[in-house]
Design a protein around this ligand. Structure first.
Ligand SMILES: C[S@@+](CC[C@H](N)C(=O)[O-])C[C@H]1O[C@@H](n2cnc3c(N)ncnc32)[C@H](O)[C@@H]1O
Length: 192
């Protein structure tokens, strides 16, 4: 955790704005379909999704290990006139009450053990918007935390997939290969 924190603090302090190009198209597409509720932005970074959620009226917790990132997020929220609850925490140890959220957003933070916890943290009809780098042979794929094609389906095997896509996606001025999905926990199959 300490290593992650130092690394991301240094990146944000040095002006790294990778991924900071507005909310991912999948969230932009789906957000207007849902009534606002309580949301968790996992590894929120500089807050592009937390801010979008707050603008749509969601009560939003934004969790990240980087104090520098969260400082920027808080500043942005103030400037936008919205409220985001920025929480400095290590997601390896983060816990919350069961059934706390209607929506969890997890983009470009890959942690297998976290996905079963999402089931506990979501309310019965709650949904996850998830996106990750994809390992592909071309120029737009790969990265240390990329998933193999099809692997996200296995990670969410216990979930009802409302949307699923793999392939190139614009991310600011670059194109990256991603896997992206919207998933809902199946009723009665809440994992331990
Ligand atoms: C690639 S960025 C993604 C940021 C954001 N989700 C987005 O898509 O714009 C990864 C984020 O994960 C955070 N992070 C890394 N390890 C973490 C941990 N153990 N607990 C909480 N946040 C962590 C970093 O500080 C960084 O903000």
């Amino acid at each position: 955790m300490r290593e992650d924190r130092a690394r991301w603090d240094a990146r944000y302090a040095a002006g790294d704005r990778r991924h900071d190009s507005g909310p991912v198209p999948l969230l932009v597409e789906w957000l207007p379909r849902w009534p606002s509720g309580r949301a968790l932005d996992v590894a929120a970074g500089l807050g592009r999704h937390a801010l979008a959620l707050a603008r749509f009226g969601w009560t939003t917790d934004a969790v990240d290990v980087s104090e520098v990132g969260l400082r920027i997020l808080r500043r942005r929220a103030r400037a936008a006139g919205v409220t985001v609850n920025a929480v400095l925490a290590d997601l390896d140890a983060f816990e919350c009450r069961p059934a706390s959220y209607d929506l969890i957003v997890d983009t470009f933070f890959l942690s297998g053990p976290l996905i079963p916890k999402f089931r506990q943290w979501l309310r019965p009809e709650g949904v996850v918007v998830f996106e990750s780098h994809l390992k592909t042979p071309g120029a737009h794929g790969g990265g240390r935390y990329a998933l193999n094609p099809g692997e996200a389906r296995e990670l969410f095997a216990d979930w009802e997939l409302l949307a699923y896509a793999e392939g190139p996606e614009e991310d600011g001025s670059r194109v990256i290969d991603t896997v992206r999905l919207v998933a809902r926990g199946r009723p009665g199959r809440r994992s331990a």
